[in-house]
Ligand binder design. Structure first.
Ligand code: FAD
Length: 444
């Protein structure tokens, strides 16, 4: 329990630290404040306009810095999903502040007449400093609108391509700030923005240049198995050094195979279903869209790259220190399959209650192997739950099959509705929030 609490605390501290970094430009801004900034309404509005610009840029650069996806960097945040939640919040805060920034400056000018307010917002085209700000803001709106599902759920690949506009928005907003060169006082202007820009541009360089050269490991598809008609399990053999990872980790896999109908050169996240003790990697891929459908027909010999590992689902992937409850649904079985394969390979045991939610027997992926693995792991009990026969998973079912549920560390991985339902049941059954761990197969 203590370990779970410290993991949750560490993740909170890491997230808080990122937000706290914005205190640096805030402190520098405060250094430059004078009595004149508070002398009347126009001065206060002008000061707030500059402040929203400074904080908005700081959040935008911090959000960009978090997008690097350097393997291991997500661990203190409690996994990549949580890291990206902070990235989204920072982006949203930046957009709100940077939208308020020109309006506050215009309101401040409005005190001296509407003409001045209009000129503040829309100066002559030769005023590159102001217009670069507008261009950066417009770009932010373009790349962030789909993230907030403004136009419905976006197509993932289109969203990703659009998100690259963020790089331009960052560069142009830095140009805007440099051209005004009075966002922060004295020498702090140069130091603070160089530091923040360095973090953001370093992250972008890692993501789009270095990670492709040094972060991706080459593998070959050595075997293709079909555990169900819409799921394929690939075995990947390393062509150079093998990836080091923990049970429950996921990777970004990119196939390079022109025979694929879709997804050539596209990276997608998949959980490794193999034990880290195996010399090859395995991953089970369900047909959930264009790229994953095309992978159903990938052939042995195809070349892929693997980048990672990411995620931090299990607290102690190699052992079971205290009683655990696992709940999986659909393809969400993959992290549990990996951990069972790993515990069996280690000949380790532990008090595990695994509620395996499926629609019916015909759709129970890996059921025979999971039953065999449960037989090899002392203390592990597999309990299938059949939706078509038993209805939605209920608190009664959980209580009947796991009497000491509030004493267990709970891990959930499945479709979002199941994740939410099980979390609500566990909270109602007095399982503390810090003992509930979820993995989501959607990062948007
Ligand atoms: C941490 C994690 C682990 C996963 N593990 C597995 C697994 O073991 N087995 C499995 O079958 N599936 C897994 N997935 C889901 C898998 O990544 C998606 O099914 C796949 O990317 C869908 O791509 P598509 O082009 O086929 O479908 P699309 O129609 O393009 O996408 C369907 C949905 O999948 C998500 N998605 C698509 N591409 C990405 C991407 N590059 N990054 C993040 N999300 C994306 C989006 O939410 C999207 O709406 C995992 C996802 C995550 C985030």
């Amino acid at each position: 329990m203590l370990q779970a609490a410290s993991k949750l605390l560490r993740a909170r501290v890491a997230r808080l630290l990122v937000w706290a970094l914005a205190l640096i430009p805030l402190a520098a801004f405060a250094l430059g404040l004078r009595a004149a900034d508070f002398q009347d309404l126009a001065a206060v509005l002008n000061m707030l306009g500059r402040l929203t610009g400074v904080l908005g840029l700081a959040f935008l650069l911090l959000s960009a810095a978090l997008s690097a996806r350097v393997p291991g960097f997500d661990i203190p945040f409690g996994g990549l999903t949580r890291l990206w939640h902070t990235h989204h919040l920072l982006g949203a805060a930046a957009l709100a502040l940077l939208m308020a920034h020109p309006l506050l400056l215009a309101f401040s000018a409005q005190v001296h007449g509407e003409g001045l307010a209009f000129a503040t917002l829309f100066p002559p085209l030769s005023d590159i400093a102001t217009w670069s700000g507008w261009v950066a803001l417009l770009m932010m709106m373009i790349f962030l609108a789909p993230t907030f599902s403004f136009f419905g759920k976006p197509d993932y690949e289109r969203w990703k391509r659009l998100h690259k506009v963020a790089v331009l928005a960052v560069v142009i907003s830095l140009v805007h700030t440099a051209l005004f060169s009075r966002s922060l006082p004295y020498w702090t202007d140069l130091i603070v923005w160089t530091l923040f820009a360095g973090m953001a541009l370093g992250a972008v360089l890692w993501r789009f240049v270095f990670s492709r050269r040094v972060g991706r490991l080459p593998y070959t598809v050595a075997d293709v198995r079909r555990p169900a008609n819409n799921v394929v399990e690939l075995t990947l053999e390393p062509r150079r050094r093998p990836l080091k990872y923990k049970a429950g980790n996921f990777v970004y896999m990119t196939p390079f195979d022109h025979d694929l109908e879709n997804g050539h050169g596209e990276e997608h996240p998949y959980t490794l279903s193999s034990s880290p003790l195996e010399s090859n990697l395995r991953m089970a891929i369900k047909d959930l869209g264009n790229a994953s459908r095309a992978l159903q027909s990938i052939k042995t010999g195809a070349r892929v790259t693997v980048e990672g590992p990411y995620g931090r689902f299990f607290k102690t992937p190699d052992r079971v220190d205290k009683p655990e409850l696992w709940v999986s649904g659909g393809i969400g079985v993959t992290p549990f399959l990996a951990r069972m394969r790993h515990l069996a390979a280690l000949e380790a045991g532990g008090d595990i209650r695994f509620i395996y939610c499926v629609q019916d027997e015909a759709r129970a992926l890996y059921l025979l192997e999971l039953q065999a693995l449960a037989g090899r792991i002392p203390g592990c009990k597999l309990v299938p739950h059949y939706f078509y026969r038993e209805g939605p998973l209920s608190q009664t079912f959980l209580r009947e099959n796991c009497g000491d549920i509030d004493q267990r560390e709970a891990y959930i991985c499945g479709p979002q509705p199941l994740n939410r339902l099980v979390q609500a049941h566990l909270r109602a059954l007095s399982v503390p929030r810090r003992a509930i761990h979820t993995e989501e197969f959607e990062l948007l």
